[in-house]
Design a protein around this ligand. Structure first.
Ligand code: NAD
Ligand code: FE2
Length: 404
């Protein structure tokens, strides 16, 4: 990246970093059971909601569990279950229409990041009826109080129930992008591990590694603060302790509940301190090919961390030691490299591939341009890369890093 653009990026990021203590972050209130839903709604004088979920959760019988709770409490609801992975503007607009025609007063979302993000974006459209989704792309473009959202994660994962972000795909352009604003933090989240015990192994592994990517990218970025560091360290510690346990035994209640906590902490960490190029590249792949978000991040994380090289060693080493992943007694460089090796081992033992087959060479310039537009100047990444430099990350993702 040329020096002028570098200066602009770092100045922009520095301004946000300085302003950070003044920004209106508000952690969601977290409850541990879906049986808490009626009480939350009563407290907020709400008796009519739109329930946003997806077909997989209907098939798994989990959507019915929420509907039963609502019916027993006499709360009227309309269910929308057509959310697709990498949710689209069409999904969001359909939910908005239902909300309007039902005269609803709030949202309940059940699912992974896709259903939760769909409800968040629909709530943004309700608050801003004259602003289309593409105009909300980027940061601080919504800026208005949203209707109530109760976010119920069924993957552990995205942490969307805690974050300032919703990620939406423009299916006409195969373009996926984040929308971030403080009002998008759901006021309520429910961490009920019984909703996650049936999560298939493949989803457990990749969504867990997505949470790790949030913690790592927030940590190595330049906008880390005390709070986000503590959250990223806790998330990494919990993932180290519980992800493989949840993967090998889906019914391990302690592991599942702690993975929900890990995902939440990692979400809080990156809400404050951003993600980085791993996510920007993963989003472009999700938009172009529908590559699952967690899968893309899992594969890209060790590759891109190695590509960053020595600029990430001190911070990665600190995260590795603080989270207990790597014992004391090694240099920063050794510790950071051991930490990256641990990530690769986790991927390998959970059968996550080492390359992203979806990537086609002819698409790389366009996707790199999207990643550039998403990340620069917003993400305070450890080393800045322009579009040309980002293209290399796609080649590495396609072929695997030689050092792997
Ligand atoms: N808003 C944020 O802060 C944020 C952060 C990271 C990622 N994201 C976004 O979230 C999306 C990915 O979310 P995800 O990885 O959680 O997956 P997802 O929501 O796309 O779900 C993937 C599949 O898993 C199924 N599933 C989910 N939970 C299940 C369960 N308990 N049992 C059985 N099947 C279940 C779903 O039905 C779906 O078919 C992407 O669009 C990504 O960009 C958002
Ligand atoms: Fe993510």
């Amino acid at each position: 990246m040329n020096i002028l653009r570098k200066t602009w990026c770092r100045t922009y990021q520095g301004a946000f970093h300085i302003a950070q203590p003044l920004l209106p972050y508000k952690d969601p209130v977290v409850k541990n059971s879906i049986n808490d839903i009626p009480e939350i709604l009563r407290t907020n004088n709400i008796n009519k909601v739109v329930f946003v979920t997806d077909k997989g959760l209907v098939a798994a019988g989990l959507a019915k569990r929420i509907e039963d709770v609502l019916s027993s409490a006499g709360i009227s609801f309309t269910t929308y279950s057509d959310t697709v992975p990498n949710p689209t503007i069409e999904n969001v607009e359909a939910v908005r229409e239902i909300y309007k025609s039902a005269n609803a007063q709030g949202f309940i979302s059940l699912g992974g990041g896709s259903a939760m993000d769909c409800a968040k974006a629909a709530a943004a459209r309700i608050a801003k009826p004259n602003k289309q989704i593409p105009k909300m792309r980027g940061i601080l473009k919504v800026h208005k109080k949203l209707p109530l959202i109760i976010a119920i994660p069924t993957t552990a994962g995205t942490g969307s129930e805690a974050t300032v972000t919703t990620v939406i795909t423009d299916s006409k352009k195969n373009y996926k992008y984040p929308i971030s604003d403080f009002c998008l933090i759901p006021p309520y989240a429910i961490h009920d591990y019984t909703l996650t015990t049936g999560l298939p192994q493949k989803m457990t592994s990749t969504t867990g590694m997505d949470a790790l990517t949030h913690a790592v990218e927030a940590y190595i970025g330049r906008s880390l603060n005390k709070t986000s560091a503590a959250n990223a360290e806790e998330a990494t510690m919990l993932i180290h302790k519980y992800l493989y346990r949840a993967y090998t035994n889906g019914n391990d209640a302690e592991a599942r509940q702690n993975m929900l906590r890990a995902s939440f902490c990692a979400g809080l960490a990156f809400s404050m301190s951003y993600v980085g190029y791993i996510h920007a590249v993963a989003h472009s792949l999700g938009g172009k090919y529908g590559t699952p978000h967690g899968l893309a991040n899992s594969i890209l994380m060790p590759i891109i961390l190695r590509e960053y090289g020595e600029c990430v060693y001190p911070k990665l080493a600190r995260l590795a030691r603080k989270s207990g992943v790597i014992a004391e007694g090694h240099s920063d460089e050794e510790t950071a490299k051991l930490f990256i090796d641990w990530i690769q081992e986790m991927n390998d033992k959970m059968n996550i591939p080492r390359v992203i087959d979806d990537i086609r060479e002819e698409d790389i310039p366009e996707m790199a341009a999207y990643a550039d537009a998403e990340a620069n100047p917003t993400y305070p990444v450890p080393r800045l890369m322009d579009k040309k430099e980002l293209e290399r990350l796609y080649y590495l993702g396609k072929t695997g890093n030689a050092e792997n």
